[in-house]
Design a protein around this ligand. Structure first.
Ligand code: KG4
Ligand code: ZN
Length: 278
């Protein structure tokens, strides 16, 4: 609902800004750079953010740092982190709009290795929740339902091939088919638990495939879907089995779903990299 999103951005931006300054206990004069999300996203919201950033930049006379939303998800795991990210690295981004695997050669040198050919993984969770009669966002509801469920539904492992691409629309259709077939008798706890299991399995398979050819020293996982505790544990446990020396970076839960701090930290690394190149 773009017009609602735009309205809420206009309504909340000033409040969020003053609250952030208040909680961080800094005055605007202490700010050195103004970072903002450049793309991808809902164009009208991006424009509001950019306009606010440009206004602040002009007023404070500080440079603007445009950041890609996906770079934000990658760097979110470096917030409050003591260990350094070693390259080459791999990044898995799982969100409401994206499902992608990147090879990271260095800071901000990313090569896309694979992505979803249809729905994003978060979209699959959101649409499945709606099919089960729940509201958006579906991810947290599915996580909660699955807690008391068992992995009893035989769901297909989607796009289980040699590529690094994903596909999730078939899984959503299968959920729809089961909901229609079983009606009120459907066991939503078991179904969501089974869904989480196939999602975890396919993510692990694809990530392992990417790692086998790239042998990354670091694996980063980002995006709203990694707020899911089952997926966090499943992926971490499996990655450690491949090689326990791999450094795993997963953001704290509050920095997994969309937030401004991830844009701030990506800007910090971008500025530091530019300085070291000069
Ligand atoms: O990164 P994000 O906040 O926004 C986008 O860039 O899309 O990701 C939102 C997605 C939604 O699909 C939402 O259902 C999912 O992340 N999500 C979760 C959880 N929290 C949010 N999925 C699974 N488990 C969660 N706890
Ligand atoms: Zn996001």
């Amino acid at each position: 609902m773009p017009s609602l999103a735009a309205k809420l951005h206009i309504k909340n931006t000033q409040q969020v800004l003053s609250q952030a300054l208040f909680e961080a206990k800094i005055s605007p004069k202490k700010i050195d750079y103004i970072a903002y999300t450049e793309k991808p996203g809902l164009i009208i919201c991006l424009q509001i953010g950019k306009t606010v950033a440009e206004t602040l930049s002009l007023y404070l006379n500080k440079p603007l740092v445009p950041i890609n939303h996906l770079e934000g998800h990658i760097y979110a795991s470096l917030i409050n982190q003591e260990k350094e990210c070693e390259f080459p690295a791999l990044a898995l981004i799982i969100s409401g709009g994206h499902t992608q695997i990147y090879q990271l050669k260095n800071h901000f040198e990313f090569i896309l290795l694979g992505e979803t050919l249809d729905d994003a993984i978060g979209e699959c969770l959101d649409k499945s929740a709606i099919l089960l009669g729940y509201n958006y966002p579906g991810g947290p509801i599915i996580e909660k339902l699955a807690l008391t469920g068992k992995n009893t539904y035989q769901l297909p492992l989607p796009k289980n091939d040699d590529s690094l691409d994903f596909s999730f629309s078939g899984l959503k259709s299968e959920i729809g088919r089961l909901v229609n077939k079983e009606g009120k008798n459907i066991n939503a706890n078991d179904l969501t638990c089974s869904l989480q299991n196939v999602l975890a399995e396919i993510l692990t398979k694809k990530l392992k495939k990417a790692w086998m050819t790239n042998r990354a020293k670091t694996i980063i996982i980002g995006g709203g879907v990694i707020a899911n505790k089952f997926l966090r544990n499943y992926l971490t446990k499996n990655i450690k089995k491949w090689d326990k020396e791999i450094k795993i970076f997963i953001p704290e839960i509050k920095y997994s779903t969309d937030n401004a701090a991830m844009i701030g930290i990506a800007a910090y690394y971008k500025i530091s990299c530019n300085h070291s190149h000069n």
